[in-house]
Design a protein around this ligand. Structure first.
Ligand code: SAM
Length: 232
């Protein structure tokens, strides 16, 4: 189980990180269903870690997206793992398939800045951009707008910077109209920061009957009650 000494926390659920990823981050954002009609889909993630969420998403994209459609995956990471550590962490999931080996093979030998890798399996291309450094600083410079966000810092009590009001505002500013977020956390102050940033926040059941999780949509994209929408 990959564990961070710096933050005193595990990288993913001790029970079943893959199933939890699909439940919290994919289903929490209405994925893979939303992939089906998209020509171009953008995901933002706070915390790349071992790349497990990325690999699950990439597999779901290849299974659900139309031919020729492109996935752009932007992740923010303060401590990029060395290739050997990533390889060891992903080896815990032998049935992840060839994508884990592809990610490890394409991973830079020397880490020293942002990472950009293009994958082109099955004519459903995937661009991976990892913005290296503190998420708040890097997000201020980022030039994309995400359809869906995975908020996956370490636990809010141990890693409060990854859930701050300022960072949640920066996330909202880089979310498309109708864009969504999902996170395993249901901490009250995290939910309040997301609401203050402009998201309508919903508490949902966590994975396998465990703790609650949160998911939501940028509130400005919700119809105002009583609003008459233009016809035609
Ligand atoms: C729970 S792990 C992410 C797990 C990951 N999504 C995966 O699939 O393995 C949280 C990650 O957030 C990163 N992190 C913590 N504080 C950060 C910050 N202020 N800015 C950017 N990344 C940060 C940690 O280094 C760690 O890799």
């Amino acid at each position: 189980m990959p564990y961070s000494e710096e933050f005193g926390d595990f990288y993913y659920s001790k029970a079943d990180g893959r199933a939890e990823c699909r439940h919290v981050f994919l289903a929490g954002n209405g994925l893979p269903e939303r992939f089906a009609g998209a020509r171009h889909f953008v995901i933002g993630e706070l915390g790349f870690g071992t790349g497990l969420n990325f690999i699950e998403t990439w597999a779901a994209w290849e299974a659900a997206a139309a031919e020729g459609a492109r996935l752009e995956f932007h992740s923010f990471e303060l401590r990029l793992l060395e290739r050997g550590d990533m390889d060891r962490a992903l080896a815990a999931w032998p049935d992840l398939g060839p994508r884990a080996a592809q990610l490890v093979a394409a991973w830079p030998d020397r880490l020293g800045g942002d990472v950009h890798i293009e994958f082109a399996n099955k004519n459903r291309p995937v661009s991976l951009h990892i913005h290296a450094g503190f998420a708040l600083e890097q997000l201020a410079r980022a030039g994309f707008s995400a359809d869906a966000w995975y908020l996956d810092g370490f636990s809010p009590a141990r890693n409060p910077d990854m859930w701050s009001a300022g960072l949640m505002r920066a996330v909202a500013e880089r979310t498309c109209p109708g864009g969504t977020f999902a996170t395993y956390s249901a901490a009250g102050w995290v939910r309040r920061n997301l609401q203050a940033a402009g998201f309508a926040v919903e508490k949902r059941p966590g994975h396998a009957g465990k703790r609650d999780m949160s998911a939501g949509i940028l509130a400005s994209a919700l119809p105002v009650p009583g609003q008459v929408l233009p016809s035609g």
